[in-house]
Write a protein that binds this ligand. Structure first.
Ligand SMILES: *[C@@H]1O[C@H](CO)[C@@H](O)[C@H](O)[C@H]1NC(C)=O
Ligand SMILES: *[C@@H]1O[C@H](CO)[C@@H](O)[C@H](O)[C@H]1NC(C)=O
Ligand SMILES: *[C@@H]1O[C@H](CO)[C@@H](O)[C@H](O)[C@H]1NC(C)=O
Ligand SMILES: *[C@@H]1O[C@H](CO)[C@@H](O)[C@H](O)[C@H]1NC(C)=O
Ligand SMILES: *[C@@H]1O[C@H](CO)[C@@H](O)[C@H](O)[C@H]1NC(C)=O
Ligand SMILES: *[C@@H]1O[C@H](CO)[C@@H](O)[C@H](O)[C@H]1NC(C)=O
Ligand SMILES: *[C@@H]1O[C@H](CO)[C@@H](O)[C@H](O)[C@H]1NC(C)=O
Ligand SMILES: *[C@@H]1O[C@H](CO)[C@@H](O)[C@H](O)[C@H]1NC(C)=O
Ligand SMILES: *[C@@H]1O[C@H](CO)[C@@H](O)[C@H](O)[C@H]1NC(C)=O
Ligand SMILES: *[C@@H]1O[C@H](CO)[C@@H](O)[C@H](O)[C@H]1NC(C)=O
Ligand SMILES: *[C@@H]1O[C@H](CO)[C@@H](O)[C@H](O)[C@H]1NC(C)=O
Ligand SMILES: *[C@@H]1O[C@H](CO)[C@@H](O)[C@H](O)[C@H]1NC(C)=O
Ligand SMILES: [Cu+2]
Length: 568
């Protein structure tokens, strides 16, 4: 009888929970302990900042539509913030994370609880520190499973695996960027690429420590690949295995069968891999895609081992996959051009057709007049970067707080819709376009507007692919092309039927990329290149989406304990 009652209660509770979870999603709690931990890689040991002592840090696993409360306890030596890359966090910019854009740093000895609200994301995203170069070691995966009672738009995989591509520096990353900004030159390139924290067998002192992924013959796996590399796009492949890419940036796409992928920093790709080869050891490998000329970058190859379970004699040779050559932009384009939204009944798309705000953004690497006698950049100047000729200056009070409280003097709301001095962006660049202005300028956008941004790559200093990332939204990549964007001919090439819905796009070298989204998320949202040195040089800006006219279309109030900004 007692058991019966308990069971009845359980069933009722379960029904209640399912009802709740349908309405609000489930709630998850995580504690992140930011701490210094010693790691040995490529022949040297150093102390790095980690979450809970692991590299990569802990995985956050939720179902679509859930909410995660993540309390970040800073037990390190300097203040920092954490960003939930690709999570829209509707109405809640307070938990987005970029330093001094939506919050001031969490100081050592203090904690801050992020409320990360998932909405229509489904697939793979990631979290990372968003303060200077701390994201090099402070990052991890976010796995978003289909909502309870729903399934993948493909046969349910037998198992899942996550692979995070990263950068390893022998030096202290905080010192590397500080020094580079002080002397004006290029920051040191990394000393290795890594797969799940390990450089793999092709790097010195790394033999035998490569990450191993154990697979069973005949099974199909959902492999979640995240590019957390600091400064380089990547080609990635698995020897002798075909990749079927089914999602990008937590949005489903029409399946692409390929032998390799090109993935930019910030992007994620979900890939079906069937272990259908003779049981053996196979390498997965990743190296740079670098289409810029004379752009300093790391040129090594990281590997991990796909190891079949079972009894077979250990192979004498583990085959390496064939990766496209570093500069092979045709291979990059061949892959990227195939990506199209799934656009099914269950996973529909909603591309804005009416545009209220059209912003043309020239994306440039620049020179800054050397403040000392001689800097390490070109022409003895310092390196800099800009959007529409404005190099973004990070304030010392966060833009969100200043906007919310109406504080003057932190930012201005006059980011221009076109470069102030237009030029032939992809042509021969003259000295007048080499320098940029400086400022903390935001672009105001009305709630619900259809927004179009045309990112225009430029030929100043060093043309290369720029992975542009927008916080608070996913957007549709409706078109790309080489050369200067043309007002008449370029829009005729737009794909408004099944463009991919993503949060980071590679703007082609000396080319353009057009994105569209509906401004239905009020708040303060950072826009920046995800090559970390470009972010540091000022290739950033801020979009401020105003509140709508109802509570449901307005920002949530700030949480009780935002980290305070310090007087500097
Ligand atoms: C991190 O470590 C703390 C302290 O040991 C622990 O309470 C917490 O659950 C850990 N978090 C994760 C995500 O593993
Ligand atoms: C980390 O390494 C440094 C230098 O190699 C050493 O001084 C320190 O004691 C180590 N810390 C821990 C916790 O092992
Ligand atoms: C976390 O921070 C809050 C204030 O923001 C404080 O009240 C609380 O004691 C802190 N908890 C820990 C474990 O440090
Ligand atoms: C790595 O170690 C294996 C055996 O553990 C050996 O066969 C192989 O030659 C080594 N490779 C390199 C590059 O040292
Ligand atoms: C992997 O493919 C290569 C050629 O593409 C082939 O030579 C090799 O035998 C294959 N390895 C195995 C274990 O099947
Ligand atoms: C790769 O980079 C290293 C270090 O910068 C350099 O010494 C080497 O020549 C480069 N190799 C190639 C093939 O470019
Ligand atoms: C790119 O695709 C075209 C057409 O499918 C093909 O002919 C060419 O070989 C591919 N090039 C590379 C580098 O993959
Ligand atoms: C953010 O603002 C704080 C002061 O509140 C300042 O100490 C810090 O250097 C600023 N961060 C950046 C990246 O400018
Ligand atoms: C821009 O520069 C390119 C490359 O030098 C040139 O082909 C093109 O004619 C120029 N366009 C204009 C409008 O001057
Ligand atoms: C670019 O300028 C260089 C000289 O600075 C000239 O030799 C070259 O022909 C120009 N290219 C184009 C496409 O105008
Ligand atoms: C393109 O169109 C925009 C507005 O639609 C205008 O501001 C800009 O000047 C035009 N650019 C050119 C090169 O015609
Ligand atoms: C609120 O805004 C929507 C469109 O943004 C408009 O249709 C509606 O009339 C507005 N309501 C009020 C009360 O102003
Ligand atoms: Cu860039």
């Amino acid at each position: 009888m007692g058991n019966y009652n308990n069971m009845a209660f359980l069933v009722l509770a379960l029904v209640g929970f399912m009802f709740l979870s349908k309405a609000n999603g489930a709630i998850h709690y995580y504690d992140f302990h930011l701490q210094e931990t010693n790691f040995t890689r490529v022949c040297s040991t150093k102390s790095i900042l980690t979450v809970n002592g692991t590299l990569p840090g802990p995985t956050i696993t939720v179902n679509r539509g859930d909410t995660a409360f993540i309390n970040v306890h800073n037990q390190g030596y300097y203040g920092l913030t954490v960003h939930w890359h690709g999570v829209k966090n509707p109405r809640n910019p307070w938990s987005d994370g970029p330093e001094n854009i939506t919050q001031c740093p969490i100081q050592p000895g203090t904690n801050f609880t992020y409320e990360v609200i998932f909405s229509n994301e489904e697939g793979t995203l990631w979290w990372h520190a968003h303060s200077d170069w701390t994201r090099a070691t402070v990052h991890g995966a976010i796995v978003i499973l289909p909502a309870a009672g729903t399934t993948y738009p493909f046969a349910t995989p037998d198992a899942q695996e996550t692979v995070i591509l990263g950068s390893w520096f022998k030096g202290d990353v905080m010192e590397i960027i500080k020094e580079a900004l002080a002397n004006g030159g290029d920051p040191n390139v990394s000393d290795a690429f890594t797969i799940n924290g390990q450089p793999g067998d092709l790097y010195s002192c790394s033999n035998g420590t490569a990450y191993r992924w154990l697979v069973d013959y005949g099974k199909t796996y959902l492999l979640r690949v995240i590019n957390a590399v600091m400064n380089e796009e990547q080609f990635f492949a698995i020897a002798n295995h075909t990749l079927t890419v089914v999602a990008q940036d937590a949005s489903y796409i029409k399946p692409i069968t390929t032998s390799y992928i090109m993935i930019t920093p910030g992007q994620t790709m979900d890939i079906l891999v069937t272990a259908n080869q003779p049981p053996s050891h196979y390498y997965m490998a990743s190296h740079s895609f670098m289409d810029g000329t004379n752009v300093s970058h790391h040129n090594g190859t990281t590997t991990a081992i796909v190891q079949y379970n079972g009894n077979y004699s250990t192979p004498s040779i583990t085959p390496l996959p064939t990766l496209p050559a570093e500069a092979d932009s045709t291979a990059a384009d061949n892959f990227t051009k195939q990506i199209r939204a799934l656009a099914s009944e269950e996973h529909p798309i909603d591309v804005p057709l009416e545009i209220h705000s059209r912003i043309f953004m020239a994306v440039a690497v620049n020179e800054r007049i050397c403040p000392n006698s001689s800097c390490d950049g070109p022409d003895n100047n310092a390196l800099s970067a800009s959007l529409n000729n404005i190099s973004f200056v990070i304030p010392s009070v966060d833009v969100l707080q200043a906007y919310y409280q109406g504080t003057n003097g932190v930012y201005s709301s006059n980011f221009p819709d076109n470069p102030l001095n237009p030029y032939n962006y992809t042509g021969n660049v003259t000295s007048s376009t080499i320098y940029s202005d400086f400022g903390t300028r935001a672009r105001m956008i009305g709630y619900g507007e259809g927004v179009e941004i045309i990112f225009q790559g430029t030929n100043i200093i060093a043309a290369e692919n720029h992975p542009m990332h927008l916080h608070g939204f996913s957007f549709y990549l409706v078109g790309t092309g080489y050369g200067n964007f043309d007002n008449t001919t370029s829009p005729k090439t737009y794909n408004l039927v099944d463009p991919p819905e993503v949060n980071t796009i590679g703007v082609p070298k000396n080319g353009w990329a057009t994105i569209r989204f509906k401004a239905d998320n009020p708040g303060v949202w950072f826009v920046h290149c995800h090559l970390e040195r470009h972010t540091s040089w000022g290739m950033d800006t801020v979009l401020i989406v105003r509140n709508g006219n109802t509570t449901e279309t307005s920002m949530l109030p700030p949480p009780a304990h935002m980290p305070p900004c310090s007087k500097s």
